[in-house]
Design a binder for this molecule. Structure first.
Ligand SMILES: Cc1cc2nc3c(=O)[nH]c(=O)nc-3n(C[C@H](O)[C@H](O)[C@H](O)COP(=O)(O)OP(=O)(O)OC[C@H]3O[C@@H](n4cnc5c(N)ncnc54)[C@H](O)[C@@H]3O)c2cc1C
Length: 532
C-alpha cells in the first residue's frame, strides 16, 4: 500500500505525539487529527523515562523550549518504597554506572556475600552517585562533571503535565507544520469488504478518508478493537492491578516535596505513584479490584496521603480532604496485531502495562519512531513485511515490559496483606528468557561467576533494569551457600580487598557530600534555569 494521507483519531498524549512527529518529520504526508470534546482523555501519564530524550530531540525541542509550558520537572530515578518489604527501598536509577570506586559491577556483590547485613539499597547507590543527589533533592546540569556518571542531557527524564504536553505539541509543532485539525466525534467506522477501513463518519464533518488510520482512542480502541475486532491479549492473570485513583495536591514545601525521582510506594493492595510537577503533585493509587472496592481503596489512599503509613515527604490530612479523587479503569495487554489492514494503534489503543515503570509514553514514542522509519523508508510505500515487522516489534516490547514489571511483584518479600500474599505466593508468572534466573542462579566457581556476571551485565536496556529490581529484592548471583565450591585463594583475596574498597568508598561519599552541599535544590535549580 502507498501511504500519503494519514488520519489520527484521538487527541490524548498518543494522538498529539503522533501528529507532532508526522507533521514535523514527514512533511510530504497529509496528516489529519480528529479529537472529540465528548470523550475525555485518560488525563494521567506524567512520568517519563530517558528514552523520551530521543523523541524530543527528533522534534528539535530543548528543555528551555517546552518544560515551563508543561510544568515539567526532572526525574533521575524510580524509587520503590516498601516494595521489597516494609521499610525496604530500592532504586532503578537512570544513566551509566560509575566504576571509579570499583573496577567492576561484581564489587558490591562480593561485599554482600561477605557481609549479608549490607542493605540492598546500597547497590544502586554505590554505582550511581545521582541517587545520593536525588535523596537530598539536589540538582545540577553537571557541566563540570561534579556528580560522577550523571549525564544531565541524556540520562534525565521528566515529570510533566500530560495535558499541557499535548497542547504544546499541538500549538507549537503540529498546527504550524500543517496539521488538518478537526474537533468532532467519529460516530461510525465504515469498512470495505476485505475488512479494511473505508472512511470515518463524523457528527459534523461528513466522511473522512485516509490511506492509514492511527487509532489513538485510548482503552476503547475504537478502530482496532471495536471495529476490526482484533483479539486483545490480556495480561490480567499476572498483572492484577486493574484500577487506579488519581488526584493532585498543592505543594506545602516545594524544596522538600519537588523530588527528582518518581516515588512508587507499595501499600495494602497495590502502590501509589508520586509525580511532582512544577505547580502541583500528581499522585495516584494503582490497585486490584480483586482485593479492594473503589471505596476501600480510596480510604487507604487518603490514609497514605495524610501520612498514615509514615512514608510521605509531608503527610497532611487537610490537603487530602480538599482534593478531588478520580477513579480510572485500566486494561493490561496488547492487541494480537497492532497494525491490521490500514489501521495501526498507538498509545492505550495499542497496548498497556500498568504504570509502575512509566512505560505508557515510552511505548508511544518508541512506536512512533518505528512508524516514522517505516514510512520514510520507501516514501510511504508499505509492504506486508513492514506490517509484520511492526507487529512483531510492538508485541516483543510489550511482552518484555510485562515481564519486567511483573518482576517487581514476583521477587518481593511482602506477604503482609491478602494482596501481597497473592502476588508473591500465588500468581504463576510466565517469565521467558528475560527472567530473573540468571541474576539469582547459583555460582560455584570463579569461572562460572565471571561468565554469569558478564552475561547478566551485558543485558540490553530493558534487561539492564532487572539488575536493580532483582538486587533491590535480595536476588544476587552470589550466595554464601556457594562457599564450599569456591577456591579458598579467591575468598582470601576478596576479604582483604573488601576493606580497601570500603574505605575508598567512604572517602568518596564524604567528597560527594561536600559537592552536594553546594548544589541548589531541584526546585531552586528549575526556578533558576527553566522558570526564570
Ligand atoms: C492510571 C494510569 C497512570 C499512568 N501513568 C503513566 C505514567 O506515569 N507514565 C507513562 O508514561 N504513562 C502512564 N500511563 C499511560 C498514559 O497515560 C497513556 O499512555 C497516555 O496518556 C496516552 O493515552 P492515549 O492518548 O492513548 O489515550 P486517551 O488519553 O484516552 O485519549 C483518547 C482520545 O481519543 C478520543 N476519542 C475517543 N473516542 C473518540 C471518537 N469516537 N471520536 C473522536 N475522538 C475520540 C478522546 O477524545 C481522546 O482525545 C498511565 C495510565 C494510567 C491508566
Amino acid at each position: 500500500m502507498k501511504i500519503s494521507n494519514i488520519c489520527i483519531v484521538g487527541g490524548g498524549s498518543a494522538g498529539w505525539m503522533t501528529a507532532a512527529a508526522l507533521t514535523k518529520l514527514l512533511p510530504n504526508m497529509n496528516v489529519t487529527l480528529i479529537e472529540s470534546k465528548n470523550f475525555a482523555t485518560v488525563g494521567v501519564g506524567e512520568s517519563t523515562n530517558t528514552y523520551i530524550n530521543v523523541f524530543l530531540k527528533l522534534l528539535g525541542l530543548k528543555d528551555e523550549d517546552w518544560m515551563s509550558y508543561c510544568n515539567a520537572t526532572y526525574k533521575t530515578s524510580i524509587k520503590f518504597t516498601d516494595f521489597a518489604g516494609k521499610g525496604q527501598n530500592y532504586h532503578y536509577p537512570f544513566g551509566a554506572r560509575d566504576f571509579s570506586e570499583a573496577g567492576s559491577i561484581a564489587t558490591w556483590y562480593f561485599w554482600k556475600l561477605l557481609d549479608p547485613s549490607l542493605d540492598n539499597y546500597s547497590f544502586a547507590e554505590y554505582y550511581h552517585p545521582v541517587i545520593t543527589m536525588g535523596d537530598q533533592n539536589k540538582m545540577t546540569a553537571n557541566v563540570n562533571g561534579e556528580v560522577r556518571a550523571f549525564d544531565f542531557h541524556n540520562a534525565t527524564a521528566y515529570h510533566m503535565d500530560a495535558t499541557k504536553f499535548g497542547q504544546y505539541l499541538k500549538e507549537k509543532i503540529a498546527l504550524p507544520n500543517g496539521l488538518n485539525y478537526i474537533v468532532d466525534d467519529v460516530v461510525k467506522v465504515n469498512q470495505n469488504e476485505d475488512g479494511s477501513v473505508k472512511n470515518l463518519s463524523t457528527k459534523e464533518n461528513g466522511e473522512l478518508e485516509a490511506d492509514l488510520y492511527v487509532d489513538c482512542t485510548g482503552f476503547k480502541a475504537l478502530l482496532l478493537s471495536e471495529t476490526l475486532k482484533v483479539p486483545y491479549i490480556s495480561f490480567n492473570d499476572s498483572l492484577i492491578n486493574d484500577k487506579a485513583i488519581a488526584t493532585q495536591l498543592p505543594y506545602i514545601d516545594k524544596n522538600k516535596e519537588m523530588e527528582c525521582v518518581t516515588n512508587c510506594t507499595a501499600i495494602e493492595s497495590g502502590w501509589v505513584w508520586n509525580t511532582p510537577v512544577f505547580n502541583r503533585i500528581g499522585t495516584g493509587y494503582v490497585y486490584s479490584s480483586k482485593f479492594e472496592t473503589p471505596e476501600s481503596a480510596e480510604k487507604q489512599f487518603r490514609h497514605h496521603l495524610a501520612g498514615g503509613n509514615g512514608n510521605m515527604v509531608i503527610g497532611d490530612k487537610e490537603r487530602v480532604d480538599k482534593a478531588e479523587f478520580r477513579h480510572i479503569e485500566m486494561r493490561h495487554g496488547v492487541h494480537e496485531t497492532s497494525w491490521k489492514h490500514n489501521v495501526i494503534g498507538v498509545g492505550l489503543a495499542s497496548g498497556f502495562i500498568e504504570p509502575l515503570e512509566s512505560t505508557g509514553l515510552l511505548l508511544i514514542h518508541e512506536n512512533i519512531i518505528f512508524l516514522l522509519r517505516t514510512l520514510a523508508r520507501k516514501d510511504g510505500q508499505v509492504n506486508k513485511i513492514d506490517k509484520d515487522i511492526w507487529n512483531y516489534s510492538v508485541r516483543e516490547k510489550v511482552e518484555n515490559m510485562r515481564e519486567f514489571v511483573s518482576q517487581h511483584y514476583s521477587l518481593s518479600s511482602r506477604h503482609d496483606t491478602p494482596y501481597w500474599k497473592h502476588v508473591t505466593e500465588e500468581i504463576s508468572y510466565d517469565f521467558g528468557p528475560l527472567g530473573v534466573c540468571d541474576v539469582a542462579y547459583p555460582t560455584t566457581t570463579s569461572a562460572d561467576l565471571v561468565r554469569r556476571l558478564n552475561k547478566t551485565f551485558t543485558f540490553g536496556p530493558e534487561q539492564g533494569g532487572l539488575l536493580y529490581i532483582a538486587t533491590g529484592n535480595g536476588y544476587t548471583p552470589l550466595s554464601s551457600m556457594d562457599y564450599p565450591g569456591w577456591e579458598p585463594e579467591m575468598l582470601k583475596q576478596l576479604k582483604s580487598e573488601q576493606e580497601v574498597q570500603k574505605n575508598k568508598y567512604k572517602s568518596f561519599k564524604q567528597e560527594l557530600q561536600l559537592t552536594l552541599d553546594e548544589l541548589p535544590t531541584h526546585y531552586e535549580f528549575l526556578k533558576e534555569n527553566i522558570y526564570n
